[in-house]
Design a protein around this ligand. Structure first.
Ligand SMILES: C[S@@+](CC[C@H](N)C(=O)[O-])C[C@H]1O[C@@H](n2cnc3c(N)ncnc32)[C@H](O)[C@@H]1O
Length: 409
């Protein structure tokens, strides 16, 4: 039987001890939270994101609000405003937002978010994709708030099978306290998840809730034959490529999930805002360097909004993107990479597409080449593509099977 059903619930604990005014408020909050949580579970079930009763029970049981006492709402101008559940005036709004199917940013570094509670429907889809039957041992990369670790403990029915790591020590310690208050004691470790955690290996599953540009070789060594790795390959263009790889003899291979599965990148990734790359280019151009060459474009930036082409382009073209809407010129789309390559695509009033590109790599040429291949294959959906990671770390993208058309990444 699922161990979750034996636990004292968070709300139950508060209800038994409601002696003070503060506790009374919390009890109201917890009762409202129970209703909101049931409604969210019903929504996720109806949408087909929750299917296995073990995960339905876990989502019904583990209180997301206990892991997100405060989050940061992103404003249209890019700034963040705290939504704090401990402030009585904002408690209702906070609780309602906690139980919506939205990711909740909990930590930022400048303009980048660096920790969050992921979108519940994505978490549900990923937990379902782990194909858990009961005895599996799971390593989570990216403890964050600890909510997903709590779901794993509840869904597996055993804390001993769950190991979760985060690179940020303070998050690990906060998550440990929250989990422990709810009766969960998974193994939590502060470490760069790219190294996995050999101390807890071998694992049957690795689930990454931060994304990495490559599948680390350390993971291949720490997953048992027949085990699974679920990871979003980080690309600056986004794309949400969520690979589900089966490990056999040190090699990992499998298809991409049919839905967008994007996560924030590992904190070790050297992120630079695209606006800074554009500013550096502007300075070079002012000095008469790097004016680039202009030609008609066969593909416009709008093509990137297609779910599958967007994923392929992101996997194959390594560049940041930036939309600019100048008052006095046509809308511009920029691709910019860290080595100084750039492409500027514009569309005039008659719909004619033009691109100017410069630097060491021709980014728009690359984008158009990926688009031609995608059209040649009759625009396949994302789940027809797959990835193989060889024991030496080589990554190969393929269509339909590793023996089909393939591209080194
Ligand atoms: C989207 S959040 C994880 C959400 C979490 N699973 C939850 O349920 O709240 C991503 C987390 O990955 C962590 N992270 C980033 N880079 C990491 C790395 N190299 N190793 C381990 N954790 C990392 C961040 O600190 C952040 O807490």
């Amino acid at each position: 039987m699922d161990r979750a059903s034996h636990r004292t619930t968070h709300s139950g604990g508060h209800r038994r001890c409601a002696h003070t005014r503060g506790d009374h408020d919390m009890s109201d909050t917890d009762e409202r939270a129970d209703d909101l949580r049931r409604a969210l579970v019903a929504e996720l079930t109806k949408a087909g994101s929750l299917r296995d009763p073990r995960w339905t029970a876990a989502f019904e049981h583990v209180p997301r609000h206990a892991f997100v006492p405060r989050f940061l709402g992103r404003q249209p101008d890019g700034t963040f405003t705290p939504v704090d559940g401990t402030a009585p005036a904002r408690r209702r709004e906070w609780l309602e937002q906690v139980y919506t199917d939205e990711p909740l940013i909990t930590e930022v570094d400048g303009t980048f978010s660096v920790s969050s509670s992921s979108q519940p429907s994505l978490m549900a889809e990923m937990l379902e994709a782990l194909e858990i039957t009961g005895p599996e041992r799971v390593l989570e990369i990216g403890t964050g708030t600890g909510y997903n670790a709590g779901l794993l403990c509840a869904g597996l029915g055993s804390d001993e099978q769950v190991v979760s790591v985060d690179i940020a020590a303070e998050l690990v310690e906060t998550a440990r306290g929250r989990l422990s208050a709810l009766g969960y004691q998974p193994t939590l470790v502060t470490v760069d998840g790219a190294a996995g955690y050999p101390g807890g290996a071998p694992y049957d599953r690795i689930i990454a809730t931060c994304s990495l540009p490559e599948v680390p070789r350390a993971w291949l060594a720490q997953v048992r034959d027949g085990g699974l790795i679920l990871v979003n390959l980080y690309r600056e263009l986004g794309g949400g490529a969520l690979a589900r790889l089966r490990v056999e003899e040190g090699c990992a291979s499998g298809r991409f999930m049919p839905f967008f599965g994007g996560f924030m990148p590992t904190r070790t990734y050297p992120r630079v805002p695209a606006s800074e790359l554009l500013e550096a280019l502007r300075v070079r151009t002012e000095h008469g360097e790097d004016e680039g060459t202009t030609r008609p474009a066969s593909v416009g930036a709008d093509a990137l909004t297609d779910e599958t082409f967007g994923m392929l382009a992101a996997l194959c073209v390594n560049a940041e993107q930036l939309w600019l809407l100048p008052d006095d010129a046509p809308e511009q789309f920029w691709l910019l990479d860290h080595s100084g390559s750039w492409a500027n695509q514009t569309t005039d009033a008659d719909g004619a597409l033009t691109v100017t590109q410069g630097g060491p790599a021709r980014l728009w040429d690359q984008l158009e080449a990926v688009h031609r291949e995608w059209i040649t294959l009759s625009r396949p959906p994302r789940e027809e593509y797959g990835l193989t990671v060889a024991p030496n770390g080589d990554h190969v993208l393929w269509h339909m099977s590793p023996d089909g058309p393939s591209w080194p990444l």
